[in-house]
Design a protein around this ligand. Structure first.
Ligand code: LLP
Length: 421
């Protein structure tokens, strides 16, 4: 469920007409709904009612400060994967004890920043990382709380580029070696083992792979406890998928996911952490764009938008589907026709959809990409010297620009010329 609905023939973001935002900020832009972000966060929080837990929003999905602060004020922790994300989370007011640090390639500098600024735990992914973290912690005269990310060798049944829990993926340590690696960690005085971490992939539309992985984690918890380790926390990662089209079968809900977690792991008495990103932000955001031209090609019509692959890379990168809807609601019974929906970037990969049925559109019309809140603005680039598009946050009948469009001068002046030019 989201808060982008037609009202009196016009698309609204909560109580604000999308066309009004377009008139104020220009297109393209991302717009997020506060009510949807909070609703999704609370669904997870409530799904884990009755067990000690923390929902750590995976801020890589959408990391604007205003989004982080909205969620932090509701009680969310954060899952960060870089120094930049750590510092953004802190800048949004998230206390260190609610931040978990994930990622396969943390540097000494990133470790120092988090250890001095405050951190709930590092999710360690390898023995070399363990050694480095131990050395950094000792040099600071402190002890780093850690979980070790295990790779359960489970097929998440999602797109290959976002599956992370198979043995051939770069993530975590093989679960078969976990006892030896935990024994190694216990010998390092700069580390304190607090739990286990697992994350098997993103956009999962079935609970079965999660359950398989979590059952392995349950077994490992008991084995590690028998070995004398204090396993008090289980970080179960993110990955629950969202519906990208209105027609397809909806993925399981956070409530079902929470019930499965309690069933599989509840008996262990551990604190549960989860790291959802997409489900919180995905359907809380639209990318709004204008039609530049409608161009007739050989046997097809191209809808050329002012948004491009640099603004929303998911279709080009993962063949992802995003529903595209007009901002003015088509009259009932309007005939649809197929368009190839493309952006202005100079490569064929800059195609959002082929043969997509849409009501007739013309130059100047506004369209919106649905489900664009997660991994949309977050993955945008300035390819073709196109400015990063602005982000807007709506709350009820108010809206605010939460990141403005840079000027061309700002973009040009970021470069510097060497003395010989
Ligand atoms: N935790 C870890 C350690 C992760 O690597 C990720 C996502 C998450 C949590 C959040 O997963 P989510 O709940 O959002 O599925 N750019 C891709 C998705 C990449 C996901 C990367 N890791 C896309 O646009 O589909």
């Amino acid at each position: 469920m989201d808060h982008f609905l037609y009202r009196d023939g016009a698309l609204y973001a909560e109580d604000v007409p999308v066309a009004e935002i377009a008139a104020a900020v220009g297109t393209p832009f991302y717009v997020y709904s506060t009510a949807t972000l909070l609703r999704h966060y609370r669904l997870f929080d409530e799904a884990l009612d009755g067990v000690p837990h923390l929902v750590c929003y995976a801020m890589k999905a959408a990391g604007n400060l205003a989004i982080l602060k909205t969620l932090a004020e509701a009680g969310a922790g954060m899952d960060v994967v870089s120094q930049g994300e750590y510092l953004r989370a802190r800048a949004a007011g998230v206390p260190g004890e609610k931040i978990v640090f994930s990622g396969v390639g943390k540097t000494a500098e990133e470790m120092r920043t988090a250890l001095t600024g405050g951190i709930r735990q590092f999710n360690v992914e390898s023995e070399p990382e363990m050694e480095l973290l131990n050395a950094v912690a000792l040099s600071l005269g402190t002890v780093a709380p850690i979980t070790i990310r295990v790779n359960p060798d489970v097929d998440a049944k999602t797109h290959a580029k976002i599956a992370t829990g198979k043995s051939e993926n770069k993530f975590g340590i093989p679960i078969s070696r976990a006892r030896a690696v935990y024994a190694h960690a216990a010998r390092l005085p700069g580390l304190k083992v607090v739990g286990i971490d697992v994350h098997i992939g993103s956009q999962l539309t079935d609970l079965a792979p999660f359950e398989q992985a979590y059952a392995k984690v349950a077994e490992l918890t008991e084995a590690l406890r028998a070995d004398g380790h204090g396993i008090d926390r289980l970080d179960l990662g993110g990955g629950l998928g969202i519906p990208y089209t209105r027609s397809n079968v909806a993925p399981p809900l956070p409530t079902d996911y929470g019930a499965m977690i309690k069933r599989t792991l509840g008996h262990l008495g551990c604190e549960i952490e989860i790291e959802p990103g997409r489900l919180i932000a995905g359907n809380a955001g639209l990318l709004v764009s204008s039609v530049i031209f409608v161009k007739s090609g050989e046997g097809r019509d191209f809808l050329i938008l002012d948004a491009a692959m640099n603004d929303l890379i998911r279709p080009a990168m993962y063949d992802a589907h995003h529903d595209i809807i007009p901002v003015v609601e088509p009259a009932p019974g309007t005939e649809q026709r197929p368009y190839d929906v493309v952006g202005p970037v100079c490569e064929t990969g800059d195609t959002f959809a082929r043969g997509r049925d849409l009501p007739p559109v013309k130059s100047g019309d506004l369209v919106a990409f649905r489900s664009a809140g997660a991994y949309g603005a977050a993955m945008a680039s300035e390819y073709n010297a196109r400015p990063l598009v602005p982000e807007v946050l709506v709350k009820g009948d108010q809206f605010a620009v939460i990141r403005r469009r840079p000027t061309f001068d700002e973009m040009i002046n970021r470069d510097s010329l060497p003395s010989w030019l």
